[in-house]
Design a protein around this ligand. Structure first.
Ligand code: ADP
Ligand code: MG
Length: 441
């Protein structure tokens, strides 16, 4: 096996074992330089990548290579010299056109194919608000949440939606790793002016996984100035992170407070119904269909990461095809180890409380007969939240809200659903009520 093929194989094995962000940031920017009897030399695109791989992934790397080669090997890591950054053609195969390599957006991720459920609807509403009024409503929009819950998808969805509506060349997407590398190489090559010109020309700047800025003082300083410059020009910034700014270690306070000055929204792990809906959407995107009970089985096999679920779905579809099996639940049950966990749920009383506090009205206003505008909107919003978040039936909702007819509830729910996507005021109210609610749970 030549080095190229060995590395290809290696990446294939590693990919499902690591998060997409990790893979993109660390593995796809590393290549195999040489193989000797018991030593393998890998070259990474930056010292940061080299160190991260060494500290966090060395055992996995050595093990995987040993399995592929059938003998024990030691791995030595090097950093790619800057003079050598001009890639040869064959290397380009490894440096896949991953998002971290350039500033453009992957068109695959859109707001249309982002499935909305209770775990992400606040983030989605905020995203829609930003698309309608970039640079003004929420700047920056800071999206945080665990791995594989859809942060990058949502961020790119916003970028793509804005590119479609307006000029696309002002939309810059980059991983925080890319920003760091650009900064380091700008210093080394005395190209600071170019760097600034590039980032500050952005009309929309999307920075992914900013937790990697931790401890990088120079990068943080540069980003701080970029941030201020863009904010002064009303250019929209969207930032993602695997945790809220307050929990990112070694992050300058002034950046932390800048981030907090915009809107922070989180994406939670998806609930069961959302997982089923996402699986269904992915199936149809890939031109496949699986029966509902099969999808449910897959959805119940993993709670936290959609990326993981997607991986399982793909694997299952491939295996079914390869073994020529029907997609019946009993055929796939053996692939999955199922166990379902429910997340603690809100009660309708908490919804009432939050809405009443937010609009400064009384419980009896909500459930009572009066139909002033100031009461109708809160009431409808309550109905919407009860239906979408608590999964209550329209009949039950009508009953709890002073014995209203279920068709009234249905209309109200559908209307609010529309307004949340269209009307900035309603969007804002919804986001704020939901945030108040999330502090209760
Ligand atoms: P994160 O950046 O939070 O780690 P990603 O945005 O990369 O996660 O999402 C992981 C995978 O899950 C992607 O393929 C993405 O398309 C999919 N995904 C996540 N959330 C949704 C959603 N709400 N609807 C459809 N697909 C989703
Ligand atoms: Mg991501």
């Amino acid at each position: 096996m030549d080095n190229l093929r060995l590395w290809h194989k290696f990446l294939q094995v590693i990919k499902p074992k690591t998060s997409a962000a990790n893979f993109r940031t660390f593995f796809s920017q590393t290549i195999l330089k040489s193989v000797e009897e018991d030593k393998i030399i890998l070259t990474s695109a930056s010292a940061f990548i080299k160190e991260t791989l060494q500290q966090r992934h060395l055992p996995l790397i050595e093990q995987t290579l040993a399995t592929l080669l059938g003998r024990k090997v030691k791995v030595e890591m090097q950093v790619k010299e800057f003079e050598q950054t001009k890639k040869t053609e064959s290397e380009d195969d490894f440096f896949q056109p991953a998002q971290s390599q350039n500033y453009s957006l992957n068109p695959k991720y859109t707001l249309e194919n982002f499935v909305v459920g209770p775990s992400n609807n606040v983030a989605f509403a905020a995203a829609s608000a930003v698309v309608q009024n970039p640079g003004t409503s929420y700047n920056p929009l800071f999206i945080y949440g665990g791995t594989g819950v859809g942060k990058t998808h949502l961020m790119l969805g916003i970028g793509n939606a804005i590119s479609k509506k307006r000029v696309s060349n002002g939309v810059i997407y980059c991983s925080s790793e890319k920003f760091m590398n650009d900064y380091v190489s700008a210093i080394q090559n005395r190209k600071m002016i170019d760097l600034r010109a590039r980032y500050r020309s952005a009309y929309i700047l999307l920075i992914d996984d900013i937790q990697f800025f931790s401890g990088r003082d120079g990068t943080q300083e540069e980003f701080f100035h970029t941030f201020n410059d863009l904010q002064a020009k009303n250019s929209q910034m969207i930032i993602t992170s695997d945790r809220p700014p307050g929990q990112i270690e070694k992050l300058e306070d002034r950046l932390r407070s800048r981030f907090a000055g915009g809107l922070m929204v989180d994406i939670q792990p998806p609930d069961f119904d959302t997982r089923v809906a996402i699986l269904k959407a992915k199936c149809s995107q890939w031109g496949n269909a699986l029966p509902e009970d099969t999808l449910k089985l897959i959805a119940s096999s993993s709670q936290l990461s959609i990326r993981e679920l997607e991986g399982k779905l793909l694997q299952i579809l491939q295996t079914l095809k390869a073994r020529n099996l029907t997609p019946a639940a009993e055929n796939i049950a053996s692939f999955l180890n199922t166990s379902v966990q429910k997340r603690p749920s809100l009660t309708y009383k908490e919804v009432f409380l939050s809405v009443c506090q937010y609009f400064n009205i009384k419980n009896s206003d909500l459930t009572g007969p009066r139909r002033q505008k100031e009461l109708v909107l809160p009431r409808h919003l309550t109905m919407y939240i009860m239906s979408e978040e608590l999964g209550m039936t329209v009949e039950k909702i009508g009953q709890l809200l002073g014995g209203r007819d279920h068709t009234t509830v249905m209309h109200a729910r559908d209307k609010i659903r529309q307004l949340i996507n269209k009307d900035r005021e309603v969007q804002r109210m919804f986001i704020e009520v939901k945030q108040a609610l999330s502090t209760l749970s």
